[in-house]
Write a protein that binds this ligand. Structure first.
Ligand code: F0G
Length: 465
């Protein structure tokens, strides 16, 4: 059986010295190693990784070192995650690092949504442009590296699709085998097909995501498999780099708001951790407000804050077409509550129709995203209406997944089939101007010309013309 994950190792040129440890987010107990379930041996709460050396670095020197690395062709520097390795747990050797050149994702302006919302400085940090099409790759490169270093043959995760796609890819690159537990019939084919192609042993379980995660946590206590869900704190360390890279792209001028989708709540926790560390270190002068948006049907964090003041989890039976965030019992809720409170961010929920419209609007910008990512734009509109965000503030939406992740949703939306027979049928009509259904024609020039002329006469109201 491989050894448990530990920080006891040396280092080599090119990697900072490894001095990190695990700290419990509940009782604060600190340890050099973590058990397979990544829970505190004293109180059972989640762990986070901390490293005293992170605080002792010179911020100006770090900024120029990270910028310099962008011209390097070394494998570690080509990764948009390991380029920031001074603020990551260090593996024992550079050869251990499992990388697919993740990170380095674009920060786009959103001119049409900017005009529609009145927010002049509105950006999308598109994590869907990662190697497997989602933000998961940033965390997976770090966690897969430590799995390989610890000598594991098998890695495993429960997933709504993106974690499994990412894990399967990184496991394949590392020469490890991967076990995927997904809810049967509740994840997109596109994501499932990735796991198959990357060679995962894929189990479709007759339960939901929360059921899959429960089972995985039992499994890792019995079998020598390394858990790669975001309970694994190495994942969150890698996902911190989203915020580092974003701030670098903004020349270290913090935006006023960062808006992120919330599911299992690992990503919001990671971004928040990065922001707090950046402030401590003097990399940024002030904190952006980090806001989390959920689907109305999967709103555990919204209810936890609203009904329990963030003191205990209010779990829900999750239901949403944004299947990536169809999660009712988020594992990292306490971490998320902590960073929301520390940054002064908001937590809100949006409807299925609002999600569908926002997704179409992001698509019409020429970049697109998957439904779960679109909650950010839908949420921004709500936060503007409530006065939490002001139009003259700078806002960054985190788009977590690529448009190609869920083609079924997109096709149904444009064909007008998404809300058929559902409670939303009436509101659905309001979405007609966003639809671009395919037109089936005879292969005849007249028919195409007539269709073109007709389209020219009916320019959609939101189009950028
Ligand atoms: N957006 C996308 C596209 C996701 O795949 C997920 C989570 C989230 C947002 C929510 O992020 O869980 O860190 O709050 N997907 C996980 C998975 C659960 O298994 O792929 P979170």
């Amino acid at each position: 059986m491989p050894s448990s994950t530990t920080s006891e190792k040396g280092s080599e040129p090119g990697l900072p010295k490894a001095t990190f440890c695990f700290r419990c987010i509940g009782c604060g107990a600190v340890a050099d190693s973590a058990a397979q379930d990544f829970r505190c041996a004293q109180c059972g709460n989640l762990l986070e990784i901390t490293d005293s050396s992170w605080n002792s670095r010179n911020p100006a020197a770090l900024k120029s070192l990270w910028r310099e690395r962008r011209t390097s062709n070394a494998a570690l520097d080509l990764s948009g995650v390991w380029r920031f390795r001074e603020l990551l747990p260090a593996p024992a050797a550079a050869q251990q690092v499992v990388t697919l050149r993740e990170g380095n994702t674009p920060l786009y302006e959103l001119p049409q949504s900017s005009r529609a919302t009145g927010v002049v400085r509105l950006y999308a940090k598109h994590q869907g442009m990662n190697p497997t099409g989602s933000f998961k790759d940033a965390g997976m490169t770090v966690a897969a590296t430590f799995a390989r270093q610890a000598g594991f043959r098998w890695v495993a995760c429960a997933s709504t699709g993106n974690t499994s796609a990412s894990m399967a890819a990184y496991a394949a690159r590392a020469g490890m085998r991967s076990l995927v537990l997904v809810p049967d019939g509740k994840i997109s084919w596109s994501k499932l097909s990735q796991a198959l192609d990357y060679g995962a042993l894929t189990c479709q379980l007759r339960t939901d995501f929360d059921g899959c995660l429960r089972l995985l946590q039992e499994l890792v206590r019995q079998a020598p498999v390394y858990q790669l869900n975001s309970i694994n704190p190495f994942r969150l360390e890698g996902q911190k780099t989203l915020a580092l890279e974003l701030l670098e792209q903004l020349d270290w001028q913090p935006p006023d708001h960062i808006v992120v989708p919330g599911g299992n709540l690992g990503n919001s926790s990671a971004i928040g951790k990065a922001l707090l560390e950046m402030l401590d270190l003097g990399l940024i002068p002030r904190l952006p407000k980090l806001s989390v948006i959920q689907a109305e049907g999967a709103n555990a964090l919204v209810r936890t804050l609203r009904e329990a003041g963030g003191k205990h989890l209010v779990s829900v039976q999750a239901e949403t077409r944004a299947t990536a965030i169809r999660i009712g019992n988020p594992a990292s809720w306490q971490k998320a509550v902590k960073v929301l409170q520390a940054t002064g961010g908001a937590c809100d929920e949006v409807s299925e129709v609002e999600i569908a419209q926002a997704k179409a609007e992001i698509g019409a910008e020429g970049i697109g995203c998957e439904p779960a990512s679109a909650v950010t734009l839908a949420g921004l509109k709500k936060l503007l209406r409530g006065g939490f965000v002001k139009p003259d503030e700078t806002v960054v939406l985190v788009l977590t997944g690529n448009l190609l992740k869920d083609p079924d949703f997109t096709m149904k939306f444009h064909r007008g089939e998404l809300f058929h027979g559902s409670a939303h049928q009436q509101e659905n009509a309001s979405l007609n101007s966003f639809r671009h259904p395919p037109v089936v024609l005879d292969a005849n020039l007249d028919a195409v010309v007539r269709t073109l002329e007709q389209a020219e006469r009916s320019v959609p109201t939101h189009a950028n013309v």
